[in-house]
Write a protein that binds this ligand. Sequence first.
Ligand code: GLC
Length: 574
Amino acid sequence: MTTVQMLSDDELNRAWWKEAVVYQIYPRSFNDSDGDGIGDLRGTIERLDYVADLGVDVIWLNPVYDSPQKDNGYDISDYQAIYGEFGTMADWEALLAEVHDRDMRLVMDLVVNHTSDQHEWFQKSRQRDPEYEDYYIWRDGGTDEHGNRTPPNNWESFFGGSAWEYDAERGEYFLHLYDTSQPDLNWRNDAVRRDIFDTIEWWLEKGIDGFRMDVINLLSKVKGLPDGDPDSEWIGAEHFIDGPAMLSYLEAMDEEVLSDYDVMTVGEMPQLTVESAREYAGADGPLDMAFHFQHTKLDYDDGERWSVGDWSLPELKRLTDRWQNGLAADGWNTLYWENHDQPRSVSRYGDPENYRRESAKLLGTFILTLRGTPYIYQGQELGMTNADWETMDDLRDVDAINHARELLDRDGVEDYDDVKDIVGYRTRDNARTPMQWDDSHNAGFTDGDPWIQVNSNYEAVNAADQRADEDSVYSYYRRLIQLRSDRDVLVYGDYMGLLPDHESVFAYTRSLATEDRTERMLVVLHFDGDTETVDLPVDYVDATLVESNYDHDDADPGTVTLAPYEARVYELFD
Ligand code: GLC
């Protein structure tokens, strides 16, 4: 019998955002209501019943602000206006009301490390308008021995190439950690911080329920902008990730604005560690939780993102233990496989050809039974897969296009066919193919020409079929979301990892003792396409199989024989 510390209801530290399951909508690819091939807000409203039926509590909406769409809305030209092709402010207000009517909440994206170069602030800054002159990070460059201009330091853009662009109008370089069209704001400037805090307040006053904060630990850059280590994964990162003023900027944001509202905040934080997660999002930290990226790098070959590598299950266990245990007493995890930046999880960690349905359910079991807030990305609940990217022309993602060009410049690379496997596997376009609603033309996404190709498997993988099928990935997700909402143990329970070195079976228990009841669950996940018999090191007197992606009569979790990509969730009784 395991002893679990008895907790009072107070000690659970309940919060609605801990008990929530979040569903992420990428509006451009969700549903098009007007036939222009681009998803929009009215289209999103048309599909809200689908989202509510799934049983989720919160919708995170990717950026819908006015933008030239160089990086699909992460390049904002006006923080207080809606991008015309998505609709109007009235459409957005209708969306908020419709979300609230269905007892769900709406979280907006907050993109304040950079703006678009079309933002009025940048236009005025490049003209040295005294009020805006210092809104961005401008520097003189140098010259090389041939008299050519050189950038102020060796920092790299995440999308490839130098992080500096020379602006002829102003006669200086500006910093852009992402695309050249996304200049970084100068957070040292009090006026920038004031303007951003005002913007945040403006949206909160409209009644939204929180923010997902884009690359939020990049705001503070080290003074003097020194060169970075040329061998690091992202050159310069040690000088712009978790910079010296980072925590104080977020604390000010929290004190001055966020703390006046009952909202959730989740920071997207490249290179986040457990220690810094506790500082940013522990009990005393300014945010509620943060996204780390450690598991999204498991399939990098030799630390390189533009590669297709093997991944190891013991490594996933080590990092899951690290995060589950590291934030057990202080902090709160985010649980995700997919988002608009990640390829489809079945194509990375499952088997899209032979066991698509089984492996999609297995991956869903993982994020819905760990401690933290689960985030489901549109289509993940259908087991959508990566698409084929046959030619460069099919690509839409600025990141993939830039990196494909870099790969094409390498020695020995002839043409796109030589890099197609890597680019096709890694491109963010995989997440951005239209949502597969049904088996009609364009998967029911649009009557027009879709802005990006529809995945060719939409006749076999779509929401209409899956909603009518109890055995579908969708129905399985729906049941597990319900189970999680019914069971405090799945939200607040202690985590204990089992079988740390097993190559293909991941198992863990969740345990919770409150004044009302003691609950214990066991989750067993077989990450492989063969059959595996394993002894599970758990004590119990009785057990019930609560959920599985296979049919079973046998409910004994002692020695189990697991089918390909089998997932089981047991309740254990002492
Ligand atoms: C974040 C977003 C990504 C965007 C980048 C720059 O990583 O999720 O889509 O390209 O920030 O804003």
